[in-house]
Design a protein around this ligand. Sequence first.
Ligand code: SF4
Ligand code: FES
Length: 217
Amino acid sequence: MRRRLHGYRGERIVVTYDAKRCIHARECVRGLPEVFDPGRRPWVNPGAADADAVAAVIARCPTGALHFERRDGGPAEAPPGANVVTVAADGPLYLRGDLRLVSPAGEVVLSDTRLALCRCGASADKPFCDGRHEAAGFRDPGRPPPAAAPAAGAGAGPLRVTPSANGPLLLSGPFELRGADGGACFAGEEAALCRCGASADKPFCDGSHRRIGFTAP
Ligand code: SF4
Ligand code: FES
């Protein structure tokens, strides 16, 4: 998957930024305003804070727009111990863990620890969220249905995420599903999650994508 990345080089750490994956959650700006300042050019100054602090704030970026590479022998970002999918209220699916984005042909196109994936159907950068859920007026409280099985804790291993052509996101691998309030509601190894915005059973796919003629690569 070819993405246009901006690079910001400090003596101890290099920061990369994928502007199209940034939905302005502002974790970075709130966390280290001396490093991340959207009103300045360049907006990232990696040398303005300790490299460990820069790395820690980048690891909080929920979309994966920011990443880093240490030049001082410091540790790389480690994936969290479990794969977690959080359904945001009126917003995307936030994924954290050992993540593999896979093409419908089965090829891994991106490995990451953080992803924000569109579930309203309006993003122009699918499968990523580009923030258009707001303009599209997408509404869903992010409360998985009570029928979902109770969480029993996810196992270990990578989570493969396949955006199926004109259909849902197919999850394969251990994961825990959490509602917008952070409460765990489902742990499993397989799921089809709606990415067209039309399911009556959100966050799961109920086949409505066919009825509305959803198209997405
Ligand atoms: S934390 Fe990530 S998504 Fe949020 S503003 Fe910074 S770069 Fe953008
Ligand atoms: S992708 Fe939305 S109902 Fe299937």
